[in-house]
Design a protein around this ligand. Sequence first.
Ligand SMILES: [Zn+2]
Length: 397
Amino acid sequence: MRFVPGLLLAAGVMAGAQSIDQRFEKLMKEILLIDLHVDTLPYVVDEGYDVGVEHDYYEADIPRLRKGRLGGVFFGLMAAPERFAPHLWVPRTLGLIDAVHEMCRQYPKDLEVASTADDIRRIHSQGRIAALLSVEGGHQIQDDLRILRNYYRLGVRYLTLTHFKTNNWADAATDTAVHNGLTEFGREVVREMNRLGMMVDISHVSDKAFYDVMEASRAPAIASHSSVRSICNTPRNMTDDMIRALAGRGGVVFVNFNAAYLDQKAWETHRDTKAQRDREIADMMATHGNDPKRFELRRAIQRRYQKMLPPVDYKMALRHIDHIAKLAGPDHAGIGSDFDGISGMAPQGLEDVSKFPVLVRGLLELGYSDGDIRKIMGENLIRVMKQAEQVGREMSR
Ligand SMILES: [Zn+2]
């Protein structure tokens, strides 16, 4: 499908089409917006960050989710192996899972935990925001399918097979490959996720592990927060061939807004300065013990490094979405911002969750139909989640 401005204009005039402003107003009244990956929960648990009030730092809280008209958010729950010893992975994950449920209990007029695609729709139609749980890192199941099943029972609806580090059964994109993709147990994890109806997330895994998932999974997989490698060449992004393979099996790529994954120059700057930044943060945290100021100091360091990046604006996020939609079809693109997991490296004009409407307007301006915009901004998740639920029902019979 090629965008031809003249033709589109002519067709619009003949159909008595509404202006972009009119279509935008109408769409924003009822569109279901879903973000596949928001990392705010560690701040809630570690810093007492109150999602009920609006902040001028970090990237998500209820007032800003409301401004952004979000209908559903997947909270990424991670126990980074760089930060937590193995015996803490499960307790840390359980603490974060509890925090999502408690947050929903504290703010029932705004949030409710959703366990199914139908839940998301119901909660959205009641004017509230569906909160969903996802575990970011296969290491957090401790190589034990019983733990995986218990996460499902507590509401976890996707598992990212690795985080930044390779684990005992899957290679990560940003670490040494030791398994040549997925091990036999890794395939078993994927099959058990299929049987449970839990979505398989391939963000963070190595290219070979990705192709192994394509073979092993009976349900369409997702990339919950990855962008396009042919635009920004980082191992965290997907090649065009991977995007086509995922889409060919019904999956969806949810675009990550990290400026360093959107723009090549920003990636190169981030790549060359990240180790230094992380050392500065680690040193500062070590010398500040339990000082409540340490989180503010960490943000100051992150801001200083963020300013070293070349300017990247929200149109770059649209470019990645547009690339996936042109390459694989509008059924296979979505949003997985990674807000609160990107160390403040958000693009200009897309600084936090309140800015989602600029994407709707941007897609209208790029010539997308209302129906395709609905798919990209949320309906594709509903479809792929329902497919995972269906496969789960079939395999459990
Ligand atoms: Zn991540």
